[in-house]
Design a protein around this ligand. Structure first.
Ligand code: C2O
Ligand code: CU
Length: 467
């Protein structure tokens, strides 16, 4: 780990922040909820650094329960990755922990706890890494964080999780038709939780967040899906979207009307603002009874329709992974594969568990890799739900296009192979970013065999989880 950390770029700058995780009341725009949050807002504070900066974040845990912070998508040093029992001990109520690490790559990232279903409360926030050498070819920038909301309104995330553990999870996808269709690109069954509200930047449609620009200006939007159990279909009334980045890494630009973003994924898109007031819509994919989420793009005065489901662009040309390829600068150089592993995704226990390779996290076998290897993981989904699979500490390449991502939607009954360069020693989670699937077992560990100290921690963690 020492060598990998020394190899990261360094500006010598240290950016210091404090996050206080606490119980609080938040106004979502007409609805006040009691929840957990970082400070007094949902989402948590925007953290912004340059590539090569050291980010130093003091986490104070004023919650009544253990917590941690995980820095989603960053290829950071393993001991700062925020996975309790695997990379660090949990931060106890009343305690503090100081995260300190070099930030290697520019892009749109986010942070959230890695304990239970906490990320389905207000505990999440955006992390933007700027490339000081990049000339932004845009005039206005906004971060849009999408989230499904139930805490303090419907059932709490911990109650939802307890219900899933007790009862069959309902459909488990088995009620859906086979596979995917153009209308249902993630299949018929996209989630199991009905949310009373959906948010963009912590706001309900009744009092939406506004992106202001002048007509003709180029607007860069950084989209983050912080949802627990909801993929979103995203579009802007009267505008096309030019996709420029996926999960932080640059793509060759592609223009579409709409895109679907799974839990944990990010896209950067550019739009040229028209004259008027326009709905920015994020509609829960496949959840026909849930309300949509709304923000507003405004270049002049006037009102906007408040039903995000009515935005016509949602039914227009939809982005597919196959449309995207990496720019030459971020393409993973091709190399022979040194190690190939299979990962099957399926349900178990009559629907009370989700499994990787037939096992829950408590029973998992680490996926062992060696430093320096090119690793291929071939994922096969044997269930009728999609799974947004996320690997910590690395940005992999999708087989075929080479698109760089850290979270990829594996479609119902579908297959997806990924390749990565094993250049960041440690123990790294690989899991479904549906927080309920993850907590019901759909998590595993990619383990560098050289990582001896970590291995002892892993054994202790397994023992604790089984007990
Ligand atoms: Cu957002 Cu384990 O990840
Ligand atoms: Cu899943």
């Amino acid at each position: 780990m020492g060598a990998a950390e020394r190899a990261r770029p360094s500006t010598g700058n240290v950016v210091r922040k404090t996050l206080v995780a606490r119980s609080t009341e938040i106004d979502l725009g007409g609805r006040v909820v009691k929840t957990f949050a970082y400070g007094d807002s949902v989402h948590g504070p925007l953290i912004r650094v340059n590539t090569g900066d050291t980010l130093e974040v003091r986490l104070r845990n004023d919650l009544p329960i253990d917590t941690t912070v995980h820095w989603h998508g960053l290829a950071l040093r393993n001991d700062m990755d925020g996975v309790p029992g695997l990379t660090m001990p949990p931060v106890k109520p009343g305690a503090e922990f100081v995260y300190s690490f070099k930030v290697p790559d520019p892009g749109t990232y986010w942070y959230h706890p890695h304990v239970g279903a906490q990320l389905d409360t207000g505990l999440y926030g955006p992390l933007i890494v700027d490339d000081p050498n990049e000339r932004g070819a845009y005039d206005v920038e906004a971060v849009l964080v999408l989230d499904d909301w139930t805490d303090g309104w419907g059932k709490s995330p911990s109650a939802i999780l307890a219900d899933f553990r007790r009862n069959c999870m309902g459909s488990m996808g088995s009620m859906g038709g086979m596979g995917t269709t153009p209308d249902e690109p993630l299949g018929a069954d996209t989630g199991d939780v009905a949310y009373p509200g959906h948010l963009i930047n912590g706001r309900l449609p009744a009092d939406p967040d506004t992106v202001r620009a002048r007509p003709g200006q180029r607007v860069r939007l950084r989209l983050i899906n912080a949802g627990g159990d909801t993929a979103y279909r995203f579009a802007i009334a009267g505008h096309a979207l030019t996709v420029t980045h996926a999960d932080g890494f640059a793509t060759k630009p592609v223009t579409v009307d709409a895109l679907v973003i799974g839990m944990g994924e990010r896209y950067d898109v550019e739009v040229t603002a028209n004259d008027g007031v326009f709905a920015i819509a994020a509609v829960p994919e496949g959840k026909k009874n849930d309300p949509g989420a709304l923000a507003v793009l405004r270049t002049s005065s006037g009102a906007v329709s408040t039903d995000p489901r009515t935005v016509p662009q949602l039914g227009g040309r939809l982005l597919a992974y196959a449309d995207l390829s990496p720019t030459d600068e971020v393409r993973l150089p091709s190399r022979p594969v040194d190690r190939s592993m299979d990962l099957t995704l399926q349900s178990g226990e009559g629907g009370r568990q989700w499994l990787l390779n037939g096992r829950t996290f408590a029973e998992h076998e680490p996926l062992e890799v060696r430093q320096g290897e090119r690793v291929r993981i071939s994922m096969t989904n044997r269930s009728m739900m999609f799974h947004p699979m996320h690997l910590h500490g690395h940005t992999f390449a999708l087989e075929g296009s080479g698109l760089r991502k850290d979270t990829v939607n594996v479609l119902p009954m579908g297959r997806q192979s990924i390749e990565f360069q094993a250049d960041n020693p440690g123990q790294w989670m690989i899991h479904c970013h549906n927080i309920y699937h993850a907590e019901l077992g759909m998590m595993g560990v990619t383990s560098y065999v050289e990582w001896v100290a970590g291995r002892d921690t892993l054994r202790q963690h397994d023992a604790a989880t089984v007990a």
